[in-house]
Each structure stands twice: as C-alpha cells, then as structure tokens.
Design a protein. Structure first.
Length: 594
C-alpha cells in the first residue's frame, strides 16, 4: 500500500468509526440523497411546548432588560474585552447554564429554547454570543452529554451559574481542519491513577478565562501500538499548565479571549477522563453538533439586525430626491435579506428540534445549517453594508464591526469547505454503497445470494428515481411550492445517481462537483424548513382570521430563489469549467499535468 492509499484508508476508517457506527434510521438529509422526503423530521414545524413558553418568555424578557442596560457591543469591541460584570450578569439571568439540568444548577431548557436565547444575543454582539457558545454550547457540552453523575455533580453547579467558565480545546498547529490529527499526548501513569499530558493548543476561545477546559489528547490503544483521542477535564491550576498567549490580538469578535496554551507534564487524574476512553473524536464532533445549532441561531439574530438596519437607512437616506428604498437595486437587497433571515430561523429551529427529539444522526443537518447560515449572513452583511454606502465604513456605525465579526463564522467550528465536502460525501455514501453492491455482484454473477441483494438494491434505486416524493403541506396556497420541491428532490436524486455512476471512486476527490451537490442539498433542506414554517404560520393565520404578512412574501421569495439556485447547481454538474479551473490552479501552483 503506498502512502496515499494508507492515508485514504486511515481517513475512511476514522469516518466509519465516527459516522456510521450501528444501524441508523434514515434522516432527512440522507433521505434527500436517496430521493426521499422524510417528512416527520421537518413537519409539522416544531413549536416550544405551551407549558414551557412562559418560562422562555420570562427568560427572554430578563435577558433583554439586562443586555439593554449593560451590554455595549461597540465598547466590547473597542476595549477587546467583555467586562466581568457582563459575564456575571449573563450568569445571573441564567444564560450560562440554560440547557444544564436543574439538578445541577441549570435551567433545563431545550436546544430550541436555547437557540431563541442565542438569537437574541447574536442580534446585538457577536463577541458575546461567541463567548456564550464557547462556554455553554461547546465548553461544558461534553460534560453535559458524556459526564458521569459524579463529574456533573462536581463541576456543573459552578459552571451553570457562570461562577466558573468553560472552554473547549481541540485545535492545535497540526490539527485545524484535520481535527483527527491531534498531537497532544496523554500517557497513562504506571499505577493507572492519572495521565500525563504534553502538547500545545491554539486559537482556544475562553482559554485564559476558563476554570475548566475540555481538552482532546492522544492516548494509547491498550494492546496495540496505535493511539486514539480521549477527552479530559483540565483545570489551569494544574502544575505544568502554561498560558502562552492569553489574548491573541485579532480582526473581529475582539471581546472574546482567544488563547494559546501548553501542557507540560500535566498530571490529570483518571477521574477527569470525559466520555469513553479512546472515543474523544466522537465526543468532540457530537459537541460541535450542538455548537453548530447555536451558531445558526446567532447568525439568524445578526441577519435580523441587518434587516432592521437596512430598513432604517433605506427609509431615511435620500439621494436623487428619493429615499434609497425607492431604487430597485436597493429593494432587491432588502428583499433577499428578509428572505434569508426567514429561512435561517426556520432551519435553526428545525435542526434544534432534531436534537430535542433525541433523533439519532443529525450530523449532516447541523453541518448544513452551519454552512448555510454563515454564508447567508456574510451576504446579508455585505448587502446592508452597500446600502449604507460610505457611512458603513466608519466606526460610528456597527456595520464595519459586524463585518469583521462575521468573517470567523465561515472558518470556525469546521471550515465551510471541509463541511461542504463532508455533506456531499456522507450524503452520497448511501446510494454509493448500493451502487457498489450492484457493481460488485455483477462482477460475480454466480453468487446467488449476492445477486438477489443486488436486485433488491437496484430496484430500490430505481424506485426512488421514478417516484416524485410527496410533500405533505396543509395549506392550499403552498401546493405549487410543495410540488416544485418534490420534483427538485427527484431531480437531485437522479443527478446524484448519475454522478456516482459516471465518476465512481474518483468522485471522492472531486470537490468542485461535491460542492454543487452539497449546495443543492443545503437549499433543499432550507426550502423544506421554510415550507414547513410557512405552512404552520398560514394555518395559524387562517384559524385566527389574519391576512398575509411580509413574512409570507419573504418566504415565497426564498423558495423561488432557492429553487432557481438548485436548478443552477444541478445544471453545473454537467456544464462547467472545472477542467479549466483545475488546469489553471495546478499550473499556477506548479503542479502541471495533475
Ligand atoms: C477566533 C477563533 C476562535 C476559535 N475558537 C476555538 C475554540 O474555542 N476551540 C477550538 O478547538 N478551536 C477554535 N478555533 C479554531 C478553529 O476551529 C480553526 O481555526 C478551524 O477549524 C480551521 O483550522 P485552521 O485555522 O488550522 O485552518 P486550516 O485547517 O489550515 O485550513 C485553512 C483553510 O484551508 C481550506 N481547507 C482546509 N482543509 C480543506 C479541505 N479538506 N478541503 C478544502 N479546503 C480545505 C479551508 O478553506 C480552510 O479555511 C478558533 C479559531 C478562531 C480564529
């Protein structure tokens, strides 16, 4: 086996272990790749249970009052610090332990309710929302999900109130996008009482202000010369913990403390192993599922701020004797921000509900949410920036800060390119395996059982390609959109099948093709979420005798634009300049003939 094959083999093994352990029900995103509309994952549109709504309303009111009075996002950015009084206040209003169980000092909120809280913070200040995410969405998440009762009892009460802060430390110099390549070592002591940790972590939010850090390190696999990753609870008072850079100066989200630290022969008691030994990568990726949902909520909040700012300016600023809102090229931008903000909220709510319902495998949906909302927010900010013209460029407006702050979203918690490729490859795995089965069996036609299996798989594949899935909307006004969506899912499935048959294994490296497939899948999920939300709102309006609202128009627009994009992505699978793009890049990079 050459080096490249060995690396590919290792990657496949890791992905198998992480993603496909055990039998799994077909989720919505995976269903799309097979031509199915797994309706009960997205419909009916999830609502906060009536019994929990007053508690959420109360928490939101308290939070808004606190933020109105005490949070000054411009000052946080200018001073590159979130004042301790603000952190303490967030702790007092419950934000730092929203989803922790009540028995450990938290509020026991669902992920959906928590997303409403993060949306509110994301509307105002990205530094603060990233700080809360680093502490609550990922910093203490491994403890909440995988901690033993003793660990939770010991650590959570102070972390839930903000008396202590948490951080999540995965990234290292050699382990950025390649998260599995963690180099920090954790060697078990001879008496088995503790582990000795050595290595460095970088770009860690809250590192310098955290009292407890979830740290990923490499541990030996007993009985072999291999290693795997394990999660540990580390505290900065442990001898050998060295803060190398407490606040790395940076472009945006300046209020957050992003740090670099080293562990030098740090003795971590065995009681601090978090989750199953050797399964740290799975722990980390499960934690990031939660982080990506609240990421979506923060982006939704920021997109709503973009919309508010755009409306304010378009209705007041006059040029050529007209307010800007009279120009179609300004209207186009405002309509698109409204449409995208509507979709981002719908997608966040539905993805959070998958977690709350305890469904099994929503890794594709959270990855899609992260990529989709961060890319849309970037567009929203760019559009509102343009509407404000020169005035956007000056620091007395929030827009230059919002733009600096938003840029990290496409990089952090999984760079969007990495997630895009992941979405396409994991999505295509289902149909790909079936094709492989058919192909392998056709190569060995004498094996009767194999042939029967291939026949079944073939029929299933064919069945999916001839049926347009039904989208069960209740509102007659949405029937046309539902039919269009069904047809697009069918076309998507045909396109995926065709790509798999045409390119076979080399498709694993064809990222330009993967991007189009992933983009189409993301728009299909976003459209399904929008349709679900719109259906719910129309039904509610009909029951209460209300007429159509601006939201309904924004939802209609989103669906039209999303459907158009999907058609373009699918058309690009066969009509593109990929060869020329790659030839140019390879030649510039000094890799001719690749
Ligand atoms: C402000 C900030 C806060 C952070 N907070 C935390 C934290 O709290 N905890 C933590 O563990 N980490 C944190 N990170 C780290 C963050 O998750 C990483 O920066 C991110 O995963 C990308 O890793 P990298 O920076 O090493 O980029 P690299 O891995 O070097 O990637 C650089 C670029 O290369 C491209 N690329 C990489 N791989 C591929 C591929 N397979 N296909 C196509 N393109 C590819 C992408 O465009 C990517 O953006 C933070 C980072 C920042 C900047």
């Amino acid at each position: 086996m050459n080096k490249l094959d060995a690396q590919r083999q290792k990657e496949i093994q890791q992905a198998e272990e992480l993603l496909f352990a055990g039998p799994q029900a077909l989720g919505f995103a995976k269903g799309l790749f097979q031509g199915h509309f797994v309706a009960d994952w997205v419909m009916p549109y999830p609502r906060i249970p009536a019994a929990q709504q007053p508690e959420l309303d109360g928490a939101l009111t308290k939070l808004r009052e606190f933020l109105d009075e005490h949070l000054d996002p411009a000052e946080v950015d200018r001073k590159a610090d979130i004042p301790r009084s603000v952190i303490d206040g967030l702790g007092r209003v419950g934000v730092l332990g929203m989803t922790a169980p009540k028995e450990y000092g938290g509020h026991g909120f669902s992920q959906m309710a928590n997303c409403k809280i993060l949306e509110e913070i994301g509307r105002r200040c990205a530094s603060t929302s990233v700080f809360v995410n680093a502490h609550h969405s990922i910093g203490i998440r491994a403890l909440l999900l995988f901690g033993t009762h003793e660990q939770k009892q010991r650590w959570l009460p102070k972390l839930s109130t903000g008396e202590q802060l948490g951080a999540f430390a995965l990234t290292e110099k050699e382990a950025g996008s390649d998260a599995a390549n963690v180099q920090m070592q954790a060697r078990p002591s001879e008496d088995g009482s503790h582990f000795v940790l050595n290595g460095e972590k970088r770009y860690i939010t809250n590192a310098a202000i955290a009292d407890v850090l979830t740290v990923m390190a490499r541990t030996p696999v007993p009985g072999s010369d291999k290693t795997s990753i394990t999660a540990f609870l580390v505290t900065p008072d442990m001898p050998g913990f060295e803060m190398l850079d407490a606040r790395m100066p940076k472009m945006g989200i300046r209020g957050t403390a992003t740090g670099r630290f080293a562990l030098r022969d740090v003795k971590v008691p065995k009681e601090n192993v978090l989750g199953p030994y050797g399964k740290g990568l799975k722990v980390a990726l499960t934690v990031l599922d939660f982080g990506r949902t609240t990421f979506g909520a923060c982006c939704t909040g920021a997109a709503k701020t973009c919309l508010r700012l755009a409306i304010e300016h378009a209705n007041t600023r006059k040029q050529f004797n007209k307010t800007l809102g009279n120009f179609h090229l300004v209207q186009k931008k405002i309509a698109r921000i409204a449409a995208d903000a509507y979709a981002m909220e719908a997608m966040t709510t539905i993805t959070a509900s998958l977690i709350d319902r305890g469904l099994e495998d929503y890794m594709l949906e959270t990855a899609m949410l992260k990529v989709f909302t961060t890319e849309r927010l970037w567009e929203c900010i760019n559009d509102v920036f343009q509407i404000y013209g020169g005035s956007a460029y000056f620091v007395d407006r929030p827009l230059e800060r919002m733009m600096r702050d938003a840029r990290i979203n496409q990089i952090g918690e999984g760079a969007n390119e990495v997630l895009t490729s992941f979405i396409a490859l994991v999505g295509m795995r289902g149909p790909g395996m079936e094709f492989k089965e058919i192909y392998d069996t056709m190569m060995k036609p004498t094996r009767e059982r194999g042939f029967a299996k291939a026949w079944t798989a073939g029929k299933r594949r064919l069945g999916a390609t001839v049926r347009v899935p039904e989208i069960p909307v209740r509102s007659a006004e949405l029937r046309w959109f539902a039919n269009q969506l069904g047809r697009l899912i069918w076309r998507f499935n045909v396109a995926v099948n065709r790509a798999l048959i045409t390119y076979r294994e080399p498709i694993l490296d064809m990222q330009l093709l993967q991007e189009r497939i992933a983009n189409a899948a993301m728009d299909l999920l976003a459209s399904a979420c929008v349709l679900s939300r719109q259906d719910d709102e129309l039904q509610f309006a009909q029951r209460n005798g209300n007429s159509s609202s601006p939201d309904q128009l924004a939802a209609d627009l989103f669906l039209r634009q999303s459907f158009r994009r999907i058609r373009q992505f699918l058309a690009g699978l066969t009509n593109n300049d990929d060869k020329s793009v790659l030839a140019t890049a390879n030649s510039i990079l000094g890799k001719p003939g690749k």
